[in-house]
Write a protein that binds this ligand. Structure first.
Ligand SMILES: *Cc1c(COP(=O)(O)O)cnc(C)c1O
Length: 364
């Protein structure tokens, strides 16, 4: 939807169009609104949601963007828009648990087959692409943060006539430029850094207008619309996105360095150590994973932390810890080591977080 930025009285923060419909004085006016793609029912278009969409498109350097009720709604609408029974998908692994469940569950039942290839296995991805309808990437990958070599993969998808899609939630439209590397569509869970305050569930997809327009049908018919108030909170969150990301990254860098030097830690998965980091990312953000000896060590560590509370999701102001064995479907699907623990490093003072981690790793 292209709706001009609403500004009624010079308000500094945008007004919220908290309305389900728009009414007109005549049938002609109504017809005119429909023809021009102006809002008439909020399930389809709303100016506050349109403002968020415009901002996401600008962040990603895209022609158009569409907002969704959740990241999963954005992922699902994208997959249902481009896939039909008999089609094949190439997906990188790991991908977000919900996406994995959608591909291996509902979409498999509808006759869509998915080949999963490890995100860092560029040759394997390239070999799998011919004959695929859609190439689904996540970079950095969920949980372990490997980067995908986007340029050759995007080029191979284009040659094969496949749509390339990337879930770029981690890079939040700021830390990477996936469209500039040739990817067709960028999917986001806006529940993470876009929101930044752990108070919104939302999603978005950005890309060329012709492709984003293909999402209209599933968006309308699956009722995946974003609420105006949530869109307004997101517009508010985006004002501080770059500042927050810089602080998240600064804190996470210190956390990664501390953990790498600790004898109880087997391995740290921190995106700035990836061999493709300099090519594709401006900076890391606040997410990393750490491998401890076993599930018992992971449980003790998570329970002892005070600043890092135990919780799913990430990207908010507060630090969180999640031992992945506590998400059995994810852990089983990817055969993660039992001691793998994800940390979402928040905006707290770094010294407090480091003290907390040190205490969490002490021998009991
Ligand atoms: C959280 C997340 C999703 C799903 O988003 P929701 O807003 O929770 O539906 C998708 N992809 C990634 C990488 C995520 O972290």
């Amino acid at each position: 939807m292209d709706v001009p930025e609403p500004n009624l009285l010079g308000e500094a923060a945008p007004a919220i169009f908290q309305t389900s419909l728009f009414a007109f004085d005549s049938v002609r006016d109504f017809e005119e609104a429909v023809r021009q793609g102006r809002p008439y029912y909020t399930r389809g278009a709303n100016p506050t949601v349109g403002l968020f969409e415009t901002q996401v498109a600008a962040l990603e350097g895209a022609e158009a963007a569409r907002a969704f009720a959740s990241g999963m709604a954005a992922v699902a609408a994208t997959l249902f828009a481009f896939l039909r029974p008999g089609d094949r998908v190439v997906a990188t692994a790991p991908v977000y648990a919900g996406t994995h469940a959608l591909l291996t569950g509902l979409l498999a039942e509808f006759g869509v087959e998915t080949a999963f290839v490890p995100a860092a296995d560029t040759e394997g991805i390239l070999r799998a692409i011919p004959g695929a309808r859609l190439v689904y990437l996540e970079s950095p990958a969920s949980y372990t943060f490997e980067l995908v070599d986007l340029e050759p993969v995007a080029a191979a998808a284009r040659r094969a006539g496949a749509v390339s899609v990337i879930d770029a939630t981690y890079t939040a439209g700021v830390l990477a430029r996936p469209l500039a590397h040739g990817i067709d569509l960028v999917v986001h869970s806006a529940s993470k850094y876009f929101s930044g305050h752990s108070d919104v569930i939302a999603g978005a997809v950005a890309g060329r207008r012709e492709l984003v327009d293909r999402l209209k049908e599933p968006y309308m018919l699956l009722g995946a619309k974003l609420a105006p108030f949530e869109a307004w909170l997101l517009v508010r969150g985006l004002q501080t996105l770059e500042l927050r990301l810089a602080r998240h990254a600064e804190n996470a860098r210190r956390v990664a360095a501390f953990l790498k030097g600790h004898p109880a830690v087997r391995r740290v998965h921190w995106v700035e150590d990836d061999p493709l980091f300099a090519r594709y990312l401006r900076s890391g953000a606040g997410l990393l994973s750490v491998e401890l000896a076993d599930a018992e060590a992971a449980r003790r560590f998570a329970d002892r932390l005070e600043h890092f509370r135990v919780g799913v999701s990430w990207g908010g102001f507060e630090s969180l810890v999640l031992p992945l064995f506590a998400q059995p479907r994810v852990a089983r699907a990817y055969r993660f080591p039992e001691g793998l623990v994800r940390l979402s490093v928040g905006l707290e003072p770094a010294e407090a977080l480091l003290r907390d981690l040190e205490r969490g790793l002490e021998e009991s």
